[in-house]
Design a protein around this ligand. Sequence first.
Ligand code: ZN
Length: 147
Amino acid sequence: MQMPELDDLYADIILDHYKNPRNQGLIPSASLNAEGFNPFCGDQVKLSISLETNGTISNVGFEGEGCSISQASASIMTVLLIGKNLEQALLLNNTFRKLMSGNTISELSELDIGELAALEGVKEFPVRIKCALLPWATLVDAMNQYR
Ligand code: ZN
């Protein structure tokens, strides 16, 4: 059983990122770019990532349209990615996928997933999981271009 006040807090976080998306807008001459589309919901995410020469993510920008879950997930993702390297970004992606496939937060590694925890409830709604994962799938596409 979940505590109702916890659900409210999580809903507030999602709504806040949806209404005030962080790192909005694409970065001109970014190192990596990718676009993702979720036909099941109509969600769209465009992602641009700037890398330093040592591979650290110095900036992330996104533009998108769609439901609150997809856009909040994108916004939270951009916040988490800045300052990380691509390996850490991939680890974060894998951890979030585990969360969406049914693992609880306590079962995950000690990796700090920050406000992504607010999206944990989405795993109860299989159709919405695609929404939550769209920005992450787009991130993987962008990183694949780098290799
Ligand atoms: Zn959606």
